[in-house]
Design a protein around this ligand. Structure first.
Ligand code: 5GP
Ligand code: MG
Length: 197
């Protein structure tokens, strides 16, 4: 994998430090809400994290270990239309959302994605979650690209702003590969040149 990497944009330690700092902010913000009250059994006042599969898995796994709060995880999927895939030219066409909870009444919800690019995914998911009437709804992304479309979507917690380049690693893939790479990197042009038109 090493010989396929062009640039390391964000190192392991930079990621670890920033994820911990963002987690502290999330805890501080939630502490003014009722999330720390003892459970009364129906989820009211509790925290529900809604990570968007698959790219957010490593971010979420690291983030939640810095959140000493009673919580549930409700992973959701945003299915791309058949025949599309993660390419360097960006987002597949967004299809149907799966595994959304029926009701979020009374819950504090934090929706989490890997990267904000066109912002379409987050907009769609936030709209769908809001229609389920959570007590509060916040959003977090690991990365936000330097694009007007991304800046137009308000996100509560952004770990890193990055240039408008195709990146992989720390959960992000290229055609299903590189998710296990521990840094955020760009790939050498010859690795991705099949997509450049
Ligand atoms: P958006 O809906 O904001 O355009 O797209 C978000 C989704 O597109 C991300 O969850 C991710 O799956 C994919 N994506 C956008 N930019 C990149 C990128 O630079 N690298 C990778 N690996 N995926 C990306
Ligand atoms: Mg994604």
């Amino acid at each position: 994998m090493r010989d396929e990497i062009d640039q390391v944009l964000i190192s392991r330690t930079q990621i670890a430090d920033r994820v911990a700092a963002v987690a502290d902010r999330i805890v501080a913000d939630l502490s003014t809400s009722a999330v720390t009250i003892p459970a009364i059994g129906n989820g009211v006042g509790e925290l529900t994290l809604v990570p968007i599969l698959t790219g957010s898995i490593i971010f979420v796994a690291d983030l939640i270990r810095h959140l000493p709060l009673r919580m549930q995880l409700n992973m959701i999927s945003v299915n791309s239309y058949p025949g599309t895939r993660t390419t360097t030219t960006g987002t597949p066409q967004i299809g149907e959302l799966t595994n959304l909870p029926d009701s979020l009444v009374g819950r504090h919800v934090l929706v989490i994605d890997d990267i904000l690019d066109s912002g379409k995914t987050m907009r769609l998911v936030i709209d769908q979650l809001r229609s389920r009437h959570p007590e509060s709804l916040r959003s977090a992304v690991l990365l936000r690209k330097d694009r007007p479309q991304a800046a137009a979507v308000p996100i509560d917690y952004v770990c890193f702003d990055i240039p408008d380049e195709f990146v992989v690693g720390y959960g992000l893939d290229y055609n299903g590969y590189y998710r296990n790479h521990p840094e955020i990197v760009t790939l050498l042009p010859h690795i991705i040149e099949e997509d450049v038109t």
